[in-house]
Design a binder for this molecule. Structure first.
Ligand code: 87F
Length: 610
């Protein structure tokens, strides 16, 4: 707990003045309040470190929550939200702050969609299947996402990453979903900050449980007691485990499918090593696998680097990450993390081994993860990011946006073959040719499919498969049949070509390779164009306002990062460090920190982030 009366006073003043100004979204207003509450909490007394809530701290928490709820409602734009505000205040018991926030956000969503419809802004989707996805809305509000299997279930990148794990001799495991309060509290120190996000099961049917049970937000506390049992000798090391699972974190901000959902899927790797060097080496190896996954498979450029002290996982010695940037929204997004935990958890969970000399030592641990957020990158890349940010509204803002563009390496369907029978054409022969082409492609390991359905026109099918993101379309019509050729149409750039049937398989393979490369090159160019190097505070603020990814010389001090957050939160939205890239440009002698004016220690990426 810090002590600083003047600062507390200042924050309370900010809180009092915090209002949802005209044009400000409910999300922005709520986040602004949250930042002030969080800031304030660092100066205020914390009741105790109980996680499940003893009676005293529960009382303090309840009155604090009610106060926050009132503050939130007080500052809402009264010309819009009076009805929903009254509805909330009439509820007995009062809803939680997050529930109230969801209700107001829902009201905002409803208004946005009806306004857009009224003003004719809503671009009616030409692709008919879109409505079926709007059923997500109800679940989305809960922060849990339902997706039709072909869009989501494949959890694409798992196939590639499974091979990586296999090669690195990481064993697959599965640990329980539930964690008891006493086990979770074992790592109280770092769970403390996350405590509000832990979801608890408190009832079975109608009976209250004697002891509430947490749903795993991450699995350290579930897995490490087993590490303690399983590791006795240096012969048991390294121990490397992975599990693909779901975790639950009760996010306060509005859930956004894939980006911020309360239940999400991830792989979490947990390893134990005999030496610090071995652990350090693995951290970077894993990080490079993540880079490879993003760049080579998802065609998304990322930066590998070190997280700041503020942004690292509190339980880690250090945290590394791969960071991507979404130029359309001007925000950075962490793609995956690889932590070196040192011997902190080994001490907490008593994970020791007898070394070759017969002496007892603590193990060195790492943990690493990437989640379904990866899918968001693919979506971002696919230009329909806005569609997913505005899930439920389901609009496409640009006329030429046709839906998804899957990178060939992870596309569930890589090639769609479509017959184009003109009037009086020999439909049977065309269909036969489509099947033969599909068979030849599949024979060569290409994920091809034909669409011979007779109740849709070729044009409908083009739109349908474009929306699904199939990277390459092959059309076969009577003219193609006569000339023993096919027409190829690329999804990434729309380029069409007539290709002879002989040698088609090789040609398609080459095309898929080109599409993959082109998607990466275009994304990288956009990312690079969005990046600026700044040296001064003014340049920094200007760049932030222009939604840039900012590389700046920094003194690497925690307080300065907090200060940057504070100073930027009002004008342009709080900026934070994304990472200090491992690939550091040279720091010339005497270079000063853009924010503090002290000597700069490293170049660091800054920006707004998800
Ligand atoms: C939310 C609630 C409780 C993140 C939480 O990154 C605990 C936590 O420990 C928590 N949110 N974290 C940090 C997770 C760290 C770590 N775990 C294993 C990883 C990689 C995989």
């Amino acid at each position: 707990m810090k002590k600083n009366s003047a600062r507390v006073y200042e924050l309370k003043e900010e809180l009092r003045a915090c209002r949802q100004r005209k044009g400000m979204t409910v999300d922005d207003y709520y986040n602004k309040l949250k930042t002030i509450w969080e800031d304030l909490a660092t100066y205020q007394h914390k009741p105790n470190s109980c996680l499940c809530g003893g009676s005293n701290c529960e009382d303090v928490k309840t009155s604090r929550d009610e106060e926050r709820l009132h503050q939130f409602l007080l500052g809402l734009d009264a010309s819009i939200y009076t009805n929903v505000k009254n509805e909330i205040l009439d509820m007995d018991p009062l809803p939680s702050l997050e529930q109230a926030y969801s209700m107001v956000a829902q009201e905002e969503d409803n208004r946005v969609s009806s306004n857009q419809e009224l003003s004719g802004e809503l671009v009616v989707d030409v692709i008919s299947n879109v409505e079926e996805e709007s059923v997500e809305t109800a679940d989305t509000n809960l922060g849990v996402t339902v997706k039709k299997d072909e869009d989501f279930g494949q959890w694409y990148s798992q196939t590639y990453f499974d091979a990586v794990l296999e090669k690195a001799e990481v064993d697959e495991n599965y640990f329980p979903l539930f964690v008891s309060a006493s086990v979770l509290e074992k790592e109280k120190d770092h769970v403390q900050g996350f405590a509000p996000e832990v979801a608890w099961v408190t009832k079975a049917g109608k009976s209250d449980l004697n002891i509430p049970i947490a749903i795993r937000p991450t699995s350290e506390t579930v897995i490490y007691p087993y590490f303690s049992k399983w590791i006795k000798s240096h012969r048991d090391l390294p121990l490397k485990l992975n599990q693909w699972n779901n975790v639950v974190r009760w996010e306060f901000s509005k859930p956004t499918p894939f980006i911020r959902s309360r239940e999400f899927l991830w792989q979490e790797g947990h390893t134990a090593h005999a030496t610090e060097e071995e652990a350090d080496k693995e951290v970077l190896e894993v990080l490079d696998h993540y880079r490879h996954l993003y760049e080579e498979y998802l065609a998304v450029p990322v930066v590998k680097g070190m997280k700041s002290e503020n942004e690292k996982f509190a339980g880690a010695r250090y945290t590394t990450s791969v960071e991507a940037f979404i130029p359309e929204t001007g925000r950075g997004i962490q793609g995956a993390t690889s932590h070196c935990l040192g011997t902190k958890f080994a001490k907490m969970f008593d994970i020791k081994f007898t070394n070759k000399e017969g002496k007892t030592e603590l193990v060195w641990q790492n943990s690493w993860a990437y989640s379904t957020r990866t899918k968001a990158f693919v979506l971002a890349h696919m230009k329909v990011f806005n569609l997913f940010l505005k899930i439920g509204v389901m609009i496409m803002t640009h006329g030429d946006d046709k839906g998804l563009v899957n990178p060939p390496k992870v596309a569930p369907i890589q090639v769609i073959v479509i017959p184009v029978p003109f009037k009086d054409a020999d439909t049977k022969e065309i269909s036969k040719a489509c099947c033969a082409v599909k068979d030849a492609l599949r024979e060569a390991g290409i994920r091809a499919k034909e669409d011979l359905s007779d109740n849709y026109s070729p044009k409908w099918k083009y739109s349908h498969w474009e929306m699904k993101g199939v990277p390459l379309r092959i059309e076969i019509g009577p003219r193609d049949l006569a000339k023993n050729q096919v027409r190829t149409v690329r999804r990434d750039n729309g380029v069409k070509a007539d290709v002879p049937r002989g040698g088609l398989v090789e040609h398609v393979m080459e095309l898929l390779g080109n599409i993959q490369q082109n998607m990466f090159d275009v994304a990288k160019q956009k990312r690079d164009d969005a990046c600026v190097v700044v040296k001064t505070w003014d340049e920094f603020v200007e760049a932030l306002g222009q939604k840039k990814l900012i590389l700046a010389p920094w003194c690497d001090e925690e307080e300065v990062e907090m200060d940057v957050k504070r100073r930027t939160k009002d004008e342009v939205g709080a900026a934070k460090t994304l990472c200090s890239p491992f690939d550091q440009p040279e720091i010339l002698e005497g270079t000063l920190c853009f924010a503090s004016g002290k000597l700069a220690k490293k170049w660091t990426y800054w920006g707004k982030s998800y």
